[in-house]
Design a protein around this ligand. Sequence first.
Ligand SMILES: NC(=O)C1=CN([C@@H]2O[C@H](COP(=O)(O)OP(=O)(O)OC[C@H]3O[C@@H](n4cnc5c(N)ncnc54)[C@H](OP(=O)(O)O)[C@@H]3O)[C@@H](O)[C@H]2O)[C@@H](O)CC1
Ligand SMILES: Nc1ncnc2c1ncn2[C@@H]1O[C@H](COP(=O)(O)OP(=O)(O)O)[C@@H](O)[C@H]1O
Ligand SMILES: [K+]
Length: 467
Amino acid sequence: MTQRIPSGVPILTAEAMRAAEQACFVAGVAQDELMERAGAAVAREALRFAKGRAVLVLAGPGNNGGDAYVVARLLAERGLDVTVAALGGERKGAAETMRQRWDGPTVALQDAEPRAVLVDGLFGTGMSRTLSDDVRELLHYLVKHSEFSIAIDLPSGVGTDDGADLGAAHMDVTVALGALKPGHVLGAGLIASGHVIYADIGIPCASDCHSIAQPEQAAPARDSHKYSRGLVLVVEGAMPGASRLAARSALHGGAGYVMLAGANQPDRGPDALVFRKAANADSLATLLEDERIAALVIGPGLGRDAESRARMEAALDSEHPLVLDGDALTMLGEAAAERLYRRKAATVLTPHAGEFSRMFSGDGGKLSVTREAARRSGAVIVHKGPDTVIAWPDGRAVVAANGSRWLSTAGTGDVLAGLCGARLAVGGMDAIAGAIWLHGRAAQLAGPAFAADDLIAQVPVALGECR
Ligand SMILES: NC(=O)C1=CN([C@@H]2O[C@H](COP(=O)(O)OP(=O)(O)OC[C@H]3O[C@@H](n4cnc5c(N)ncnc54)[C@H](OP(=O)(O)O)[C@@H]3O)[C@@H](O)[C@H]2O)[C@@H](O)CC1
Ligand SMILES: Nc1ncnc2c1ncn2[C@@H]1O[C@H](COP(=O)(O)OP(=O)(O)O)[C@@H](O)[C@H]1O
Ligand SMILES: [K+]
């Protein structure tokens, strides 16, 4: 089954989820009722996938285990052969009520035998430490010997707020209750969650962080012209291929006019790409006086020598919206936050994990370190990877975890930098998530084993889907 993360869904930490749940209780919803809804949502999906096969339900000591007892009861009511394997005895509150409502076969967790379908209700958002060796080994054994596995809320052994691997086994499906948690979309949690299904169980969940959604991309206005569509200037460096990829990507990403500023006229197309000679940093600075420039892209293939640094400084000193990628990020290094905060125009950084760690420190998981870096630098940060986190200085964040694994090939980052330039020129800082969506969608359309060049050809097709 290919992995899918639901789009445009709020992402809440364990603490925020508990607060949302509390607000629901205050509004008069009983805990039993919420647990019944949670269990029903998971049972609906489990029933669909189980196709009549025997089910083993793992029930942990907390409310995740309470949900598990509801799932067991509802599946048994639909005629399935269900056994519960329970960790611990008596429970608290609604979880105990649900345990008592279950009157089918029950064994202690350590005595559980594999069955065709496994429902994991050991731990959810209350996961507070690494799984003990015996529980982890048993969980992995039961999952391995099942034909289908489904997790209630989160796979047991995933850090809710950072996706850390606390001993998780890889599930086929995870039903996220009420909202996504960072653990569904980050790191080991993204891999362990498998196909994620979002279940709205009636808990109002507001968040300034969401999973990525298809953007609305308006076609150019009737009276638009090439400059109103956005002039993107891409700065060339030591490896011209990288900046050419970025420039071509900006052209196909919807910019009205794309210029490539470098030492030598490229010997091949596309002809629509306008070349401007900038043999050194001074001549680049002169080019940057052009007020029509709506976005500047620097970094792909730039190099890291004194001349490259001087070009980067010229770009930073300009008052144009700016995308910084690759070598520019490495040269900025630890000075990034302070240097960027002084810029007057919008800045977008597109680091992969290595580049990010050269600029920013901190712990607490990819989502929180990226948000903190955006706040400190005043820049939009696109922290790339299978779990790309996009964070804005005002605290908003979007996580893109639907990209194709085939993106892990050289040059796709240059394509992304160009797309960010195009979307920044056309729609400003808020349009950056659209660039990441287009990149991921183009990769899906390109299929397996594409080259970064082929990715660019799919960008207009992806754009055409956004109406
Ligand atoms: N929020 C909502 O809106 C709704 C939430 N709902 C459900 O509630 C779930 C959250 O429930 P929860 O808070 O009771 O935590 P849960 O995940 O069951 O685990 C806590 C227990 O596990 C224990 N424990 C932890 N780690 C452990 C380890 N490594 N090894 C061993 N033990 C470990 C921990 O022990 P302690 O840390 O206290 O020693 C405690 O006993 C949530 O995911 C969803 O399924 C729905 O019912 C309705 C709507
Ligand atoms: N396994 C993966 N799954 C999804 N996307 C990936 C994966 N690996 C890399 N990517 C994406 O591919 C691009 C690679 O960029 P980068 O690391 O800068 O490479 P390069 O500089 O060689 O172009 C980023 O957009 C990143 O998010
Ligand atoms: K679980």
